[in-house]
Design a binder for this molecule. Sequence first.
Ligand SMILES: Cc1ncc(COP(=O)(O)O)c(C=O)c1O
Length: 375
Amino acid sequence: MRKIEMVDLKAQYAKIKPEVDKGIQQVIDNATFINGPDVRYFADELAAYLNVKHVIPCANGTDALQIAMMALGLKPGDEVITASFTYVATAEVIALLGLKPVLVDVNPDTFDIDVAAIEKAVTPKTKAIVPVHLFGQCSDMESIMNIAKKHNLFVIEDTAQAIGAEYILTDGSRKKAGTIGHVGCTSFFPSKNLGCYGDGGAIYTNDDELAKKIKMIAMHGESSKYVHDEVGVNSRLDSIQAVVLRAKLKHLDEYAAARNKAAAHYDNAFKGSGKIKIPARNKNSTHVFHQYTLQLVGADRNQLKEFLATKDIPAMVYYPIPLHMQKAYKDDRYKTGHFPVTEKLCGCVISLPMHTELDNDMLKYITDSVLEFVK
Ligand SMILES: Cc1ncc(COP(=O)(O)O)c(C=O)c1O
């Protein structure tokens, strides 16, 4: 059996090597490193895949969030509501721009932002909501859009972990994650479901004016060559990364299917165990399983992680410390115990290997090992 990785990018690359190598060589031969044609082709191909009007590539997912908030004209002191159980980048850019992060708890089974808590957190200073489609499925977007409409708020979807997931609206129609709110932000970090071979990110919107502003801000606030209308940033996707992303985008649905197959294997193996809670699905979303995250009940997840390591099985804890308990984000508003679901999850979650190259032998070895620990 091949070595089990948390994410097996080497084995995935082997399958797309000729196309990736040829494309990278062309970029080098043509010296089209920055703003080469592949960046534009990729943006158009991703827009077609997502069924969204504009995709603006940028340097990483954190920049995508920052540029989106700048383009929406959010000003210091404006309140932005986001989840307390997420990767730090979501709250980081809010704080960095001098906005006020307002954290709310998440749902205990699906890990997504608690809509009832959002409604309670809205004040006259609230300007935006940032739902995070954590681990690969959409938050309850229809309810979030209703709250936003009622209070005249922007919705910025953090879809770094859920590219390709579909939200199912009550009329039965479907929209891709990141295309439901006013703006969607994603990351192409190598381990993401659509990952490049370095850093990368993108911003999506259906709003023409907003798209223009996003492009301008990502390019030093430049409205035409050497004319700067706003303070912007320098945030670009490299041509070499665009080549990798173009090759992988063609396989994105296939990759999601492989991840779902692995998730189904895990579900079947664990569903009878009293000590393991399998990840619940949001009924209004498909799942692309960026992570397959268990909750351990009456067993220690740190001990499980150590036990699996002795069997050469990697596992990760996303995330061990709630945002409000991080030194950088300490705030008198939030004491220990303020977000009970987040605090509980940070103590009991564990993510198992999840990628496109897991075969049945590997999955059986992993599930047998987990069950051996909890028996
Ligand atoms: C939910 C979430 N938001 C934002 C980011 C930031 O993306 P990047 O690492 O490309 O800056 C990540 C990436 O890890 C993420 O998981």
